[in-house]
Design a binder for this molecule. Sequence first.
Ligand code: HEM
Length: 471
Amino acid sequence: METLKTEQAAPKQAFLLPRVPRWRSLLRSFALAKDPLPVLDATLARYGDTVELFIGGVEKSILTRDPGLTQHILQKNHRNYAKSKFTQGFSRYIGHGLLTNEGPDWLRQRRLIQPGFHRQRVAGLTGLMQELTAETLAPLAAQAASGGGAVAVPVHELMTRLTFRIIARSVFSTNFPEAELDRLAGLITEIQAFFVRSIRQPYLKPWFRLRGQFRYHDALAAELRAQLGGYIARRQAANQQPNATPPDDLLQMLLDVRYEDTGEPMTSDRVLDEALILLIAGHETSANALTWLTYLLAHHPGEAAAIRTEMNAVLAGRPPTFEDLPRLGKALFAVQEAMRRYPPAWMVDRVALADDAYNGLHIPKGTLFSLYFYGLHHDEKYWDAPAEFRPARFAPNPARPVQPFAYVPFGGGPRLCIGMQFALTEMQLVTLELLRRFEVQWIAGQPPVTMQPLITLRPRNDFQVRLRLVG
Ligand code: HEM
């Protein structure tokens, strides 16, 4: 390995962090923009678990896969850490819902909305999740039946469609026309992709400006808001009708909640911000996790068979209910392991609001942190054979508990994902329903499936699996 005296890793007890010099960061900025994970992994392997570097050769940042430091930032001293200007910049397009909000206003909103995601509330949405999963898989089963017992499907497309339908119906209840749903999902995807490009390659900003790209994407965001604003206004009008019976969905929850101090409801604009955040945060993450899980199950038929065997023993052929889920642990462990191997939220950022210290490390105000969840989930110090798919790691084992903050697919501390219970239930149900109907088989001869870390970790290109009707 190439070594440079000035770049040697600092000894364990030192107060100074190893530093990747700016010239090296600059040199690697293209590789980083193109394929960040190998660059970041190689950097940590060379310098240690926490290192100072320059993102894109420009922005000084501390990259870490240290569980203790991650816990310090997300939980123990969370008040001193806000989301960075990168995340804040996203609010230009998506507004100031929970994901992009900060400080006392965030806390007030979080307290207000949190009860809407409690276990029992999620249990009430199980029927809908199941109905939409069945609706999505039934035509595939029909195609398989008329096609010799199997059908080939593009997995990311399938899971994105399914999870978007689940979150859109959970929020708005409405049975949207297909074209309208596709337009909504398309707007969100296009806005996100542009936002990521503008962050990863800041030097392209003048070019984007010249080409009217900012204006164009502002217009897309306005279209998205206008569309959702229309649904909300229609619901408010319907609620005014005599004998109105509003549906029990997440939009109604946002309309019904009242601030503890004033007794007032949210303004319509805030309801829109929060509903939009739920749509955005609530589908791509789950879609990616389910896509990777399907990929892994296709390569590990033994794990799929174990889930099916457990399911047959518990359910004897009927669809699962929310109450059954705790007895169907194998599907949940597979979901958890897929999110370890391919964490949808692969990196999270924070900035220090005031000077701080951690284990002798001085953290000046303004320090930018990149909390590298993908790195934490693959560190051999906490995981045996981290590249392998081993769902049994998540079976409760008091002798080998998972190290706190070495597994953080939903983040941690007070900003832990509000949709965690929703997402876990959804993913467990989809996995069970998929395996109840089909064997998932890998189709040989496809290009290698590689990772593309945008805001979430998705496959660079879609791939297909063969769904064969269970005999
Ligand atoms: C596999 C699925 C999911 C994953 C991996 C995931 C991951 C995360 C992570 C890591 C965070 C914390 C980000 C940070 O600290 O900077 C987060 C926050 C959030 N998630 Fe999720 N999420 C998932 C599904 C969902 C779903 C289904 C919803 C909504 C129904 C949702 C809504 C949110 C919201 C609103 C926040 C912001 C919470 C706050 O800051 O108070 N997520 N999610």
